[in-house]
Design a protein around this ligand. Structure first.
Ligand SMILES: C[S@@+](CC[C@H](N)C(=O)[O-])C[C@H]1O[C@@H](n2cnc3c(N)ncnc32)[C@H](O)[C@@H]1O
Length: 207
């Protein structure tokens, strides 16, 4: 297997945030894998494509079938090293055959929007998983950056944090649809967010 699997981060959504390095690989690809939105945005008619859906065997089989015929570029949202398909690819293919093109994570953009450094923040994911309770517990000066999903959303997570010692008046910034024209960023309290309509698939910054 001489050809590489290129895992290209495409940033938080808006094409303004994709790197030229990723774009170059994506446009040069003969075989292109990605979410339906990304394929609509970036694929060209001459490319052979495979959508990423719930059936994760499909892209793995597509790569196996085509890698001997050329490079396969896999587009993932945000940064590939931060909760993406990269782990699954490493389980199925030798790491030395995988090349990663990093990008801007939605988490980075959320902190940037608040003009807030993230080097001291505790970054955790509720996307299809639940962090250990000890990581969520309140301590003085702690800043949490949280990925969410449909079940663990702005309301359920706010409730959970109040049960982990966070004051009901702690600030939570809800960052939804980052980088898109309908981006929505607002700050409220945990008590308020727990009572209000849940915002799903967003980033929460709690402090
Ligand atoms: C599987 S994780 C992918 C993270 C991605 N690899 C990254 O670096 O941004 C998906 C979660 O990232 C967050 N996310 C991704 N894009 C987002 C955006 N444009 N605005 C807000 N949150 C986003 C949401 O919490 C979503 O449920």
């Amino acid at each position: 297997m001489q050809n590489k699997i290129i895992v290209a981060g495409i940033g938080p959504g808006n094409p303004d945030y994709i790197t030229p390095a990723a774009l170059k690989k994506i446009f040069a690809a003969k075989f292109l894998v990605g979410g339906r939105r990304a394929l609509e945005e970036f694929s060209t008619p001459n490319q052979i494509t495979c959508p990423i859906t719930r059936d994760l065997d499909a892209p793995i089989n597509f790569i196996r079938e085509n890698i001997l015929r050329g490079e396969v570029v896999v587009m993932v949202s945000g940064d590939p090293g931060y909760y993406s398909m990269l782990d699954l690819l490493r389980k199925n293919f030798p790491p030395e055959k995988i090349e990663v093109i990093p990008s801007i994570s939605a988490m980075q953009l959320a902190f940037a929007k608040l003009a807030l450094s993230w080097h001291d923040a505790t970054l955790l994911s509720f996307h299809g998983r639940q962090p250990a309770r000890v990581a969520l517990e309140f301590s003085d000066g702690k800043i949490l950056g949280l990925l969410t999903d449909a079940e663990f959303n702005s309301a359920t997570i706010s409730e959970l944090l109040m049960n982990c010692g966070w004051d009901k008046n702690s600030s939570v910034t809800i960052c939804a649809r980052l980088s898109y024209p309908d981006e929505k960023i607002f700050t409220t309290t945990l008590a308020d967010a727990a009572q209000n309509l849940p915002v799903k698939h967003c980033i929460l910054i709690v402090r």
